[in-house]
Design a protein around this ligand. Sequence first.
Ligand code: HEM
Length: 144
Amino acid sequence: MASRSAFTLSQVAKHKSKNDCWLVIDGRVLNITKFLEEHPGGDVVLLEVAGKDASKEFHAVGHSKAAQNLLLKYQVGALEGNALQEIDDRKQAPETSFHQTRKEMRASVVKDDQTQKYAYFLELFIPLMVAGSYFCYRCTTVVN
Ligand code: HEM
């Protein structure tokens, strides 16, 4: 759950070490201390912008939607004067995206399964119809 505390840039600037690393992205104040080691782009780039507004650098990389959702996980507040949109964690949290993806995957499996059943039905039904028609034809045209 994202916190709603407001911080000034000078407050954020106090947290710029490897053991206490904050930065600002899109008006969100993030404590990324625990994320430094996990960042796929490495900790060096993050420490270079530690304590600052890194929105430009973050967007310049073209981070994925998953990376953008991760911002919510590390948010500790907002930069003073920034009216952030109300965050619906249920909609945007990575866990939800995972469940959403699983739901979509399951739906497509079910859909594929139904298509397959329909194909099996046709495969069985069409030869039966042909055989039945041929049988009827033979019965009605047999000359004694
Ligand atoms: C808390 C903020 C950040 C998060 C959650 C984050 C997350 C990620 C993630 C998940 C990736 C993997 C690729 C992707 O999914 O887009 C990534 C890659 C990367 N990030 Fe970040 N990032 C953050 C901040 C930054 C900042 C501020 C910079 C630059 C100063 C940066 C530079 C990079 C670079 C250079 C890569 C590697 C891109 C590549 O190899 O293609 N990131 N980041």
